[in-house]
Design a protein around this ligand. Structure first.
Ligand SMILES: C[S@@+](CC[C@H](N)C(=O)[O-])C[C@H]1O[C@@H](n2cnc3c(N)ncnc32)[C@H](O)[C@@H]1O
Length: 151
């Protein structure tokens, strides 16, 4: 699995939180960071989009993290992840930068994923995604990390 994300994560609490979950993931999660682009909002989004889609590759199953995307609960996300991994195409998650994702990325994406309607800082989205991937993996393997306590 690959995570293509805009910006470089410095060492510190955000990186530690991401790595806490990322190191436990199987298959491994390869992080590909796209350097911040310069220019107008439209230019930044276009440059980001080109770099993101090139990093994912033409044959990948692309999942774009987007506030307006699909909102599965964690159990449903685990089911989706199982299906995506079993689909035979390289799986590539995508997180935009401060200016967000260009519409071309959403259009190219094979699936979208929302972490709720609130806007999260893009560096934090990496950690949230890594945690949900770990939770999904735990659900699929029957590991007690995920507790289904709601009635
Ligand atoms: C700071 S946000 C960009 C906000 C920007 N104004 C926009 O309209 O997209 C940076 C990236 O984090 C991700 N992101 C932020 N909040 C999210 C959420 N609630 N669900 C899914 N992805 C989110 C998206 O990939 C977004 O492109």
């Amino acid at each position: 699995m690959k995570l293509v994300a805009v910006g470089r994560m410095k060492s510190g609490p955000e990186r530690e939180l991401f790595e806490r979950y990322a190191v436990r993931l199987r298959p491994r999660l390869e992080l590909v960071e796209i350097p911040d682009a310069k220019g107008s909002v439209a230019e930044v989004r276009r440059k980001d989009a080109q770099a993101i889609l090139a990093a994912c590759g033409a044959s990948s199953f692309v999942v774009a993290l987007d506030e307006g995307g699909a909102r599965p609960d964690s159990a449903a996300f685990a089911g989706l992840l199982e299906r995506w991994l079993g689909g035979g195409r390289p799986l590539c998650f995508v997180i935009g930068g401060a200016e967000g994702l260009e519409a071309s990325v959403i259009a190219r994406a094979d699936a979208t994923l929302s972490l709720g309607r609130l806007t999260w800082p893009h560096m934090l989205v990496r950690s949230l995604l890594a945690e949900q991937l770990y939770r999904a993996q735990s659900i699929l393997s029957g590991h007690p990390y995920h507790r289904e306590a709601r009635p």
